[in-house]
Design a protein around this ligand. Structure first.
Ligand code: HSE
Length: 383
């Protein structure tokens, strides 16, 4: 297998180093603007040198972001090259086009590395889907925010301090607001849901709240409630065939599975009518774990994975988050205007617990309340 590698950042350099130990895969060209000592003979800043090289059968796309990742991927697939990618932002917004192009051109698009880091989650989800009717997904799918929440709650360190640590360790996105505002998790649940339910779920239909405004005062109340906060992405088939899909900080019991997921780890559970509840866990971000996941995708191509195990979803899901309901923790400096129980005052306002309300209503309420208090924080409460 001859590789054209797009991008030599944290993950790109990880997979390059990893592939030096393989004798059946060779990186023959690297698209990179910077020059790296010892790699100048492989490096180019012209994508056409990869696209038009008949020796290159597989492209690894690790430049991330929307463009030029999208147009390079489309061109590579049309040129009959396999593509292996960790790009959840681009894929979640162009999944139908990308999977269809791969099928039409008789090549593989492997995206195992896009959700769950090192965990072979999507790989298994595709196989589960062929043997079962999957009904729900839930989990921690962002390593950066898990590290932030974990260290804030266990060591009392500040948000900015731990975010800087996540950036230094290569966990955070180039623009870390994508992590802390929940966008990265939104893209991941969109991709995983499309695989699980065989209907595309538009990222913009996923109600999404991040952890940007969590404060030390909130954590005091979580402890009093016997809860731990995690950023959880979830989706499920509703009884009427629509899908609910959302990302929000969630207060789970201190002995819940998610509470024991520390540092950059992820955990994802899938429920099927036959298989019941299965939970996957492992490192969700970072150079070596993601390089491992990219290599898994390469191996699947080498091993000739059947396209039947990588089915193309049919149509778009109707997302209806009025069918998911629970109580919420809400800290705000103004009265929220809905029935609440007051927990007490803290820095940044007053902490409340709402009555059970739908996910759609809470996200809409928070969006309206931000006009009064842009720094409000809310979290779903899991009973
Ligand atoms: N920024 C992502 C995370 C990288 O922290 O999970 C892995 O997708």
């Amino acid at each position: 297998m001859k590789i054209g590698l797009l991008g030599l950042g944290t993950i790109g350099s990880g997979i390059y180093e990893h592939l030096q130990k393989r004798d059946d895969i060779e990186v023959v060209r690297i698209l990179e603007l910077l020059r790296h000592p010892g790699l100048e003979h492989l490096e180019t800043s012209d994508f056409n040198e990869i696209l038009n090289d008949p020796e290159i059968d597989t492209v690894i796309e690790l430049i991330g972001g929307m463009e030029p990742a999208h147009s390079f991927t489309v061109q590579a697939l049309k040129a009959g090259k396999n593509v292996v990618s960790a790009n959840k932002l681009m894929l979640s917004h162009h999944m139908e086009e990308i999977l269809t192009l791969a099928r039409e051109n008789g090549v593989h698009y492997r995206y195992d590395a896009s959700v769950g880091g090192s965990i072979p989650f999507l790989y298994n989800l595709m196989r589960y889907r062929s043997a079962d009717r999957l009904t729900s997904l839930s989990g921690i799918v962002n390593g950066t925010t898990n590290l932030i929440l974990d260290v804030m709650q266990t060591e009392g360190r500040s948000f900015d301090d731990v975010l800087a640590k996540a950036q230094k360790l290569g966990y955070a996105e180039a623009n870390p607001s994508s992590d802390i505002d929940g966008v990265d998790a939104q893209c991941k649940i969109s991709i995983a849901s499309a695989v699980a339910y065989q209907q595309y779920v538009r990222p913009e239909d996923v109600d999404t709240e991040g952890i940007r405004h969590i404060a030390a005062g909130d954590i005091i109340y979580f402890r009093r409630m016997g809860k731990v906060c995690r950023l959880i992405a979830q989706s499920a088939l509703n009884p009427d065939g629509s899908v609910c899909a959302f990302v929000e900080p969630t207060l789970v019991a201190s002995d819940a599975t998610e509470a024991a997921v520390h540092m950059n780890n992820n955990t994802i559970s899938v429920t099927g009518e036959y298989c019941g509840l299965h939970t996957f866990q492992g490192q969700g971000a970072g150079k070596d774990p993601t390089a491992f996941a990219v290599d898994l995708g390469l191996r699947e191509i080498l091993d000739g994975v059947s396209p039947r195990l990588n089915p193309i979803p049919q149509g778009y899901a109707r997302v209806d988050n009025r069918q998911a309901r629970h109580a919420y923790y809400l800290r705000i400096s103004a009265h929220p205007g809905v029935p609440v129980e007051k927990l007490g005052d803290c820095e940044g306002g007053t902490a409340y617990v709402t009555e059970p309300m739908t996910v759609a209503d809470m996200h809409a309420l928070a969006s309206a309340l931000r006009e009064k208090d842009a720094r409000l924080f809310f979290a779903g409460i899991r009973e």
